[in-house]
Design a protein around this ligand. Structure first.
Ligand code: GAP
Length: 445
């Protein structure tokens, strides 16, 4: 190998995503719908793997967090109480360069205070998508598509507490779609109007809020690095007091260095008792917790790690991308693109690649495919591909990040062995069929 390139620009990234079935523009055959994107077969798998790993880590493997799944369509009273109707209604200008929004009266500047970019005209702008429940478009029937999943958690605080008997500190997690009528969208799936979030509302004793805030910042950071995100491409940035959301007493973002600059991928906020108190006052229903040791009701504080799933897709993919020049040994240099995704994230776990489509080999190969497919220790997508040259098939699998290719040749019929090729090292190992499932299981899990 002679040289490596591990940056790809936005256009290259968009084109890779389309070519290999990760992400397509929504409604492309009609010219495309602005800023909405569809996940293709590879993208859907990657997204599902991220969600499953997140849920596994933060819900299934912990005794102090439970998961829920609340409705997207939410009555206006919830957003009145949460402060979203009032606070998302300011006249705002937005920087066309870095997408930061500003209250124009406060910035006293014609250009973006952050990057000097051009600003949009001010608009009285509410970020929420408004609709009506039922056939009558009256003020009483107004509902909104949720702009965050968090409120579905807060309004169910008492239900979850009563049905699970959890003690502080404990969290409620949710993964789901959110909608924001962003003034400007951009950078592909980075800022869109429909996106998916992975959120935890972690309820704590008020005096322990600071400690838990620190804990969640480092836990979220470690989760990203444990899945291969390079530490030098991550940074933690505490919000200035002027940029804090209306509910926050302190927020730190985890930012990732995309090839086009730093961008927020997660935010960890100390929401204090703002939301529980607001819903309590507005609904008349007590949202408190009985503290056994104090023998009184308290309103817990909330620490909220909130992650954008689409931004996680972008992070994992751009972080894993590498282009390397390979010396083929015969004076020829070839370039290969490879997604060095953690195997747990990879859309395809194993590709079965017979060297020929002749009957005797395909019969044998399909048996190998069935064995791997039905093995209880290998889960995820297994592909069978007998089209094109083996070189092209390897290139395709490298570019979608498949950790292992299993190649079957005519010798396999005699020695009952297959060749297993490792995506990262490109090393090939001859392995007996009887050991192949165990070998793959050991390396994938
Ligand atoms: N409940 C807290 C909350 O909503 P946020 O910082 O507004 O906080 C959390 O959003 C995360 O959601 C962000 O860190 C980002 O990853 C993702 N996100 C926010 N707006 C987005 C958009 N328009 N498109 C894609 N992802 C977005």
């Amino acid at each position: 190998m002679s040289s490596n390139k591990n940056e790809l620009n936005l256009n290259e990234f968009v084109s890779l995503c389309k070519r290999r079935g990760f992400i397509y523009q929504s409604g492309e055959i009609y010219g495309g719908v602005g800023s909405t994107w569809d996940y293709g077969p590879m993208g859907a798998e990657l997204k599902r793997n991220i969600k499953n790993l997140w849920w596994d880590t933060f819900v299934l493997k912990r005794n102090d967090i439970v998961g829920i799944d609340t409705s997207i369509l939410t009555h206006q009273d919830i957003w009145k109480a949460s402060g979203h109707i009032e606070n998302f209604n300011d006249p705002l200008v937005e920087c066309k360069g870095c997408n930061k929004r500003w209250d124009q009266e406060k910035i006293q500047s014609e250009t973006c205070p952050e990057c000097s970019g051009e600003l949009t005209e001010p608009r009285n702008f509410n970020l929420m998508f408004k609709t009506f429940l039922g056939p009558i478009e009256s003020d009483k029937n107004i509902a909104y598509l949720r702009p965050e999943t968090a409120q579905g958690i807060f309004v169910n605080f008492d239900n979850v507490l009563n049905s699970t008997r959890k003690k502080l500190p404990f969290g409620i997690a949710q993964i789901g779609k959110a909608f924001r009528n962003e003034i400007t969208t951009g950078n592909f799936i980075f800022r869109t109007r429909e996106f998916e979030m992975m959120e935890i509302e972690f309820f704590v004793h008020p005096e322990e809020a600071k400690k838990w805030h620190e804990y969640w910042i480092s836990t979220c950071f470690d989760w990203l690095t444990s899945l291969g995100v390079k530490e030098e491409k991550l940074k933690i940035r505490a919000h200035e007091p002027t940029e804090l959301s209306h509910y926050s007493d302190g927020t730190s973002d985890i930012e990732y260095l995309f090839p086009w600059g730093w961008g927020e991928i997660q935010g960890i906020a100390n929401r204090t008792d703002f939301d529980l108190k607001a819903h309590s006052e507005s609904s008349g229903k007590k949202l408190t917790y009985f503290d056994d040791s104090l023998q009184k009701h308290i309103t817990p504080f909330v620490i909220e790690p909130s992650a954008g799933l689409d931004r996680a897709v972008m992070t994992f993919m751009t972080n894993a991308f590498e282009e390397e020049e390979i010396d083929m040994g015969n004076g020829k240099i070839e370039t290969r693109s490879v997604l060095r995704l953690n195997p747990k994230l990879a859309p395809v776990k194993v590709a079965i690649l017979p060297l020929s489509r002749k009957d005797e080999l395909s019969g044998f190969s399909k048996k190998v495919y069935d064995t791997i497919l039905n093995s209880p220790i290998i889960s995820g997508l297994i592909q069978y591909d007998d089209t094109q040259s083996i070189g092209r098939r390897y290139r395709r699998q490298d570019e979608i990040g498949t950790p292992f290719c299993v190649t079957i040749d005519f010798e396999s019929l005699n020695d009952n062995s297959v060749t297993v090729r490792d995506r990262d090292s490109m090393k090939q190992e001859r392995i007996e069929i009887t050991n192949v499932v165990e070998y793959l299981g050991n390396h994938l899990n």
